[in-house]
Design a protein around this ligand. Structure first.
Ligand code: AMP
Length: 192
């Protein structure tokens, strides 16, 4: 199995590059943000809870998101050749849970692809996406919170995965194709 984490701040291009990776390697894509937005649209109990956090730019509590991820893996990705995790993990507790979830299923993480983009560019991209898609959390106030949350709770994962030799730093600026080629080269080198 080829299990990859697409890691990076909001607006770093995780969704765009995930779509290309699943095409190239035939993988299953799990975006926890998309799964949550679907619950919100369907007004499920989880969606109603999640919306309160998402509109403020805060993270959903670890135990809720970990349970959700485990269910998605078992219900939808059991026969997959591998999974691209997009937007998960976002905390150390989630990273530890992911390792256990995969180990319990006889699997492991191959690499953590870290898309690195400076903050000014992230804000530009997110404001633009907000205008183009109407995504509710892409407004200036929520963007600022999401970037703070990223710095405080998610960015430490870079150290965590670097220490395990799993972190693959990728310059997340340039054309979509250029970035994708850098990712593919990095993954293939890692796989040997
Ligand atoms: P995203 O589409 O990945 O930017 O996620 C949108 C929002 O969903 C985030 O700002 C969080 O509120 C929530 N969310 C998505 N994934 C997670 C996660 N792994 N842990 C906690 N909250 C999450």
């Amino acid at each position: 199995m080829l299990n990859l984490v697409l890691f990076g701040a909001p607006g770093s291009g995780k969704g765009t590059q995930s779509a290309k990776l699943i095409d190239r390697y035939g993988l299953y894509h799990i975006s926890t943000g998309e799964v949550l937005r679907d619950h919100i649209a369907r007004k499920t109990p989880l969606g109603i809870t999640a919306e309160k956090y998402i509109t403020k730019g805060h993270l959903i509590p670890d135990e809720l998101i970990i349970e959700l991820l485990e269910n998605v893996i078992d219900e939808q990705a059991q026969d997959a050749k591998g999974i691209v995790f997009d937007g998960f993990p976002r905390t150390i507790a989630q990273a530890e849970a992911l390792e256990k979830i995969l180990a319990d299923r006889g699997s492991k993480l191959e690499a953590v692809v870290g898309l690195e983009v400076d903050e000014e560019e992230l804000i530009d991209r997110l404001l633009k996406r907000g205008q183009e898609t109407g995504r509710a959390d892409d407004n200036m106030e929520t963007i600022k919170n999401r970037l703070d949350v990223y710095q405080n709770q998610t960015h430490p994962l870079k150290e965590y995965y670097s220490a395990k030799g799993q972190y693959l730093p990728i310059k997340g600026t340039g054309t979509v194709e250029e970035i994708f080629h850098t990712i593919v080269d990095g993954i293939e080198e890692k796989l040997g």
